[in-house]
Write a protein that binds this ligand. Structure first.
Ligand code: PRP
Length: 210
């Protein structure tokens, strides 16, 4: 039995559809109601969790494998795992965004940057050797500039429609985001065959033949 934690919602659906396409029996997952832990006939034991909690379950050895967005991985302080696969789904990116004036405005004080991803924001400005004030928001981060709390935001952009609807634009793309398969280091030693069965099922055909 291989134990897997999947980020609830879109990542859960995408990963389960990919496994189904490769012949795994995903019916117990697709037919679940509010159960949080499901076992399939192929020897997969799956739990469905919030993205940060996927990392917590992996860290504590509760699961062998996690499926999580690289945004969550970048923001977390825990990185003691193997990243085995980029699933090339759930694609979006981190960006610095603001009103267009931000580009030409002169700041005589520290810039204020709102973000839900304060570590990503800190690292980005550290790489620019810029000292800014980071303000944590839990969601709807675009509100930062809209209400005058911040000069800019570091946030996830997918279609760009939230920025556009609020008059904001991407000032700079920071890095790409996608769904990753990560593996507990100890599990890879003891459940190598089962884990590679999963990796081989999920990796892209062209990579398989390379
Ligand atoms: C995310 C992100 C942006 C938005 C980007 O927020 O933080 O606000 O989606 O998507 P778009 O480029 O397609 O418009 P989410 O909807 O997850 O909720 P949140 O703002 O409460 O974090």
């Amino acid at each position: 039995m291989i134990k897997i934690a999947i980020t609830k919602g879109r990542i859960e659906k995408q990963v389960c559809r990919m496994l189904e396409a490769k012949g795994f029996d995903m019916a117990p997952i697709f037919n679940k109601n509010r159960e949080l832990q499901i076992e399939t006939s192929d020897g997969l034991s799956m739990i469905f969790a919030k993205s940060n909690d996927v990392l917590t379950f992996l860290e504590h050895g509760i699961v062998d494998v996690g499926f999580v967005g690289s945004d969550t991985m970048l923001e977390s302080d825990f990185d003691d795992y193997y990243e085995m696969l980029d699933l090339d789904v759930g694609k979006c990116y981190f960006a610095l965004a603001a009103y267009p004036e931000y580009r030409t405005k002169t700041f005589n004080r520290r810039k204020k940057i709102a973000s839900k991803y304060t570590k990503v924001a800190k690292n980005y400005f550290a790489s620019k050797q810029e000292d800014v004030e980071i303000i944590k928001l839990e969601g709807s981060v675009e509100l930062g500039p809209v209400v005058g709390l911040s000069d800019a935001i570091v946030d996830i952009v997918e279609t760009g429609s939230t920025l556009k609807a609020n008059g904001l634009e991407v000032i700079e793309e920071i890095c790409d985001i996608s769904t990753r398969m990560i593996v507990n280091r100890v599990s890879l030693k003891f459940k190598k065959d089962e884990i590679f069965r999963l990796i081989n099922a999920l990796k892209k055909e062209d990579a398989e033949n390379a």
